[in-house]
Design a protein around this ligand. Structure first.
Ligand SMILES: *[C@@H]1O[C@H](CO)[C@@H](O)[C@H](O)[C@H]1NC(C)=O
Length: 443
């Protein structure tokens, strides 16, 4: 017993020496590393850097010990799990700590019924301290105020069963005039859409206790899918937005993947709202379909002139699309040749880990993690579809899940053991607002 404790402690000290959880931003991460054969080391986004003198976790109490990952066997059998390089995995000494900071739930019933503004919470986007959540089962976009990260509240919602049918993701346009919302449409037809939702200052007000609330308005919607079934039951879909499943926005373009149309479509967005519906309407600028490489495309990121797409073609690879010409996206991205300034290779696909060195994070497994969160934020936001919940969690938990390719779901689970103790976050920068109060649903 004693001996094992001593060993565990020694390993833990070694682990702490390795793990101040430093983040280097993706831009400064070395692309050379990405080519390394050790996948985990090459992960690009999250890198461990030597402890600086100001970082003093070795002297912190045992309640704030961090570890790479934890598995049940670490605790149950006294077995120490090691990774491929022989480093201990998991905190083998301290009591399990939580990563959940706070949450709001709005979906009633046990099991949750389809009633509440967060039922089916899926993709979300953080703008300031407002998180805009796609509530798939409600055909709604719901604004969650995370001003107090430990006590998020609902600040408004809009539902539209035609233009937000099974909405899956949102993104705040840089004009801050409108949200872009992508919907996949109900299966089997999957008539997806790209919809603009007005969130200009005129849509905001305060409630009786001075709490900001928003009444978003659906303005205009683009559909590009037609789906027909023959008498024999054979379904034919044409277009590029069938089963639209995920997207990224860069400047005034939305890059959307269609899961049922096996496509990437470039959608031109207005640079601001003009209140002229024909000027504000999003339009298809270009698209590429591929029954093979873009089969069941379900995640996308854009970096430089390339779009990076995760599809069912290969569960480990990312397909590159050249989007330099928005009207003519083509399979095969341009990647700088190593050591040859100004020359490029055309790359059709690369490993997901390599792609992460361009896009800043993996593509797969992050559908339920909010986008738009500033790098270095102590918090991440995780949605739970089944019970209609939005949780503030320690960003390190999400980073660790991503690093080891595990589901982020456990980060948002308060009942289950998670990795981090954030009961007393260091340098807590948030100012508590006296009028914050528990959520009430607005729908
Ligand atoms: C999709 O958009 C393209 C380009 O605007 C257009 O030619 C095509 O007819 C549209 N398809 C559907 C099904 O709406």
């Amino acid at each position: 017993m004693k001996r094992r404790g001593g060993l565990a402690r020694a390993l833990l000290v070694a682990l702490l020496a390795l793990s101040p959880w430093g983040f280097d931003d993706a831009a400064s991460s070395s692309r050379g590393d990405a080519a390394s054969s050790d996948g985990r080391e090459a992960a690009g986004l999250i890198r461990f850097r030597p402890r600086t003198s100001s970082s003093s976790s070795s002297s912190s109490s045992s309640s704030t010990l961090f570890a790479l990952a934890a598995h049940d066997d670490v605790y149950s059998g006294g077995v120490i799990t090691v990774d491929s390089r022989g480093n201990p995995v998991g905190d083998t000494v301290s009591a399990p700590a939580r990563s959940m900071v706070g949450f709001v739930q709005d979906c009633v019933g046990i099991p949750p019924k389809n009633s509440g503004s967060l039922c089916g919470a899926r993709g979300s986007y953080l703008h300031g301290h407002y998180l805009f959540v796609a509530a798939t089962l409600q055909n709604a976009v719901t604004c969650v105020d995370v001003y107090r990260p430990d006590m998020p509240t609902i600040a408004g919602s809009v539902a539209d069963r035609v233009n937000l049918e099974q909405v899956v993701a949102t993104w705040m346009h840089r004009s801050e005039d409108y949200l872009v919302a992508v919907s996949r449409g109900k299966r089997p037809a999957g008539i997806g859409s790209v919809t603009l939702v007005d969130v200009r200052p005129a849509r905001w007000s305060v409630d009786s206790s001075d709490r900001p609330i928003v009444s978003p308005v659906v303005l205009t919607s683009l559909k590009n899918c037609s789906s027909t079934t023959t008498v024999d039951g054979v379904r034919t879909t044409t277009g590029s937005l069938c089963g639209a499943r995920a997207f990224a926005v860069k400047n005034d373009f939305a890059y959307v993947v269609g899961e049922l149309s096996n496509s990437v479509v470039v959608v031109a967005l207005p640079n601001a709202l003009s209140d002229n519906p024909s000027l504000d309407a999003p339009v298809v600028r270009g698209f590429v379909n591929d029954q093979d490489m873009l089969k069941g495309a379900y995640a996308i990121a854009v970096s430089g002139t390339n779009a990076f797409v995760a599809s069912r073609w290969d569960s480990d690879a990312i397909v590159l699309i050249d989007v330099l010409d928005p009207s003519n996206p083509t399979i095969g991205g341009k990647v700088p040749k190593v050591g040859q300034l100004g020359s490029f290779d055309t790359v059709v696909s690369m490993s997901e880990i390599q792609a992460a060195s361009y896009t800043g994070s993996r593509l797969r497994g992050l559908e339920f993690v909010a986008k738009g969160v500033p790098a270095g934020s102590p918090y991440a936001f995780v949605t739970s579809e089944f019970d209609g919940r939005v949780s503030t969690v320690d960003a390190r938990c999400v980073a660790a899940s991503e690093e080891v390719g595990e589901s982020v779901g456990y980060c948002a689970s308060s009942a289950r053991r998670a990795l981090y103790d954030v009961d007393s976050p260091a340098d807590e920068p948030y100012v508590y607002r006296s009028n914050a109060r528990p959520n009430r649903a607005l729908l």
